[in-house]
Design a protein around this ligand. Structure first.
Ligand code: ZN
Length: 456
């Protein structure tokens, strides 16, 4: 009886909370809501006022919604997708990793890559290592509303030990006291949203041995950034280094373990400590995929994301380079092991976040496919790419789920992503900060494509 009266009081509150009319308010009615944390809820109404979600209510409880009304019947509303491990294109030669020799920054390539994320439903990206002169002006432009782009969070330069992984785009630190001024300069000038460090003696994959940052040094740097209010992520590839990074105080990990199958105790530890890590399956998958299945480049999202010339170069020159490499063969064997490591940690209750180590919205959608192929149910893949990724970033109070008060970053889908993760591509529209993105304005390298699914 008591419980019944609480429910009734709650319903009255909901009725009163429907926002007053505003020029910039939008109401999505009768939609199936997949809010990032719960099971799908049918016939819901989501009201957006300005840049935020003003109310999330069963449609039956909403009497006279104000604002522009959008009929969501038969459609599915999910939070904007997030990619917490990218290296934005244009800072490096196309197709290369951050340890490749950088060419001059190419702003246009960066702008086009950013557009490809929005086009694919990705409303937040985290750049975890780039040339600061490339990524930081784009971050400033995005925040000032000067470019059409997802939210950009960035580390700027990463930090590593001289000669270690990612050295070429890093602030090199060998001694905490001696190099403290470099850290202060990085914090003051680049204002990292998250700090990326690397703890790696072999490169990510089969590479020659390289110098490794001492764990005590890593720990001091992590603590120093935390004292400035900055979260940290650490590149690792083995279980041993993952453990060291965690106990050195890292807030997150930038990769899953890929150097071998994880131990049961590591799985239990990740579930107990809830250290979020980026899934980054797409990069390892990409080598062999290009060699064995180059036809993926004809999928609409890849056609939109890449120029004709780039796709041709991938199909010919890069494909033949990758064909003979031990690296490609290594990844073919090891990436499925990483995939199973991700699945095991997720199944045990660990916090997997969505990251690609790539630079396009097509790649982020590929990450969802690979997570689902690992055996993770589609609804949980959505959570990984939304709520869990916001947790990784430390922004779950603002982003990552559809809740009253949060920023209105949303994707309306024509088909149900909880039954097939490929339906996350059936995009009707993408909304960022309460505004529906006008796809015609997106500077896509390959141009807009016919969406694979009907329902627009
Ligand atoms: Zn990376």
């Amino acid at each position: 009886m008591k419980q019944h009266s609480i429910v009734a009081a709650g319903a009255i509150t909901l009725l009163l909370c429907v926002p007053a009319a505003r020029a910039d308010s939008v109401v999505i009615e009768h939609v199936t809501l997949i809010d990032g944390t719960h099971a799908p809820q049918r016939d819901m109404t989501v009201a957006i006022a300005g840049e935020r979600i003003a109310a999330v209510t069963p449609s039956a409880l909403v009497q006279h919604p104000d604002g522009r009304r959008i009929d969501g019947s038969g459609k599915y509303l999910i939070p904007g997708l997030m990619d917490v491990h990218i290296h934005l294109r244009g800072g490096f030669d196309p197709g290369n990793r951050p340890d490749a020799e950088p060419g001059p920054p190419n702003r246009q390539e960066g702008v086009e890559a950013l557009a490809s994320f929005l086009y694919a439903g990705v409303t937040t990206v985290v750049d975890v290592g780039n040339r600061p002169e490339h990524i930081l002006p784009l971050r400033a432009d995005e925040r000032a509303g000067r470019i059409l782009a997802p939210r950009i969070f960035a580390t700027g330069n990463l930090i590593t030990y001289p000669g270690s992984h990612g050295d070429r785009i890093a602030v090199r630190v060998s001694d905490f006291e001696k190099d403290k001024a470099l850290l202060d300069k990085h914090i003051a000038e680049q204002q990292p949203d998250i700090l990326k460090l690397t703890l790696e003696e072999e490169g990510w994959g089969s590479r020659p041995m390289i110098p490794l940052m001492p764990v005590e040094l890593l720990s001091k740097i992590v603590r120093y950034y935390n004292l400035h209010g900055i979260r940290t992520t650490v590149h690792v590839s083995s279980e041993l280094r993952a453990l060291e990074a965690i106990y050195a105080g890292s807030d997150t990990l930038a990769h899953p373990v890929i150097q071998g199958p994880v131990s049961d105790s590591f799985v239990r530890l990740m579930a107990a400590k809830k250290i979020p890590f980026a899934s980054t399956l797409t990069i390892g998958d990409g080598y062999n995929r290009l060699v064995e299945h180059p036809e993926y480049l004809d999928q609409p999202l890849y056609v939109a994301s890449l120029s004709t010339a780039d796709r041709e170069k991938l199909r010919t020159q890069i494909r033949s380079e990758w064909q003979g490499r031990a690296w490609t063969a290594w990844m073919k064997v090891m990436n499925p092991i990483a995939q199973q490591n991700v699945r095991k940690v997720h199944a045990a209750g660990g916090v997997v976040a969505c990251g690609t180590d790539q630079s396009s919205g097509a790649a982020t959608q590929r990450e969802l496919e690979l997570l689902a192929a690992a055996g993770i149910p589609p609804l949980e893949v959505i959570r990984i790419a939304t709520y869990n990724s916001a947790v990784f970033l430390g922004k779950a109070d603002e982003l990552g789920s559809i809740e009253t008060g949060k920023l209105a970053d949303l994707v309306l889908l024509g088909q149900d992503p909880s039954v097939d993760i490929n339906n996350a591509k059936s995009i009707v529209f993408v909304m960022k900060s309460g505004r529906i993105i006008d796809e015609a304005q997106l500077p896509l390298a390959g141009g807009r494509q016919q969406r694979r699914f009907a329902g627009r």
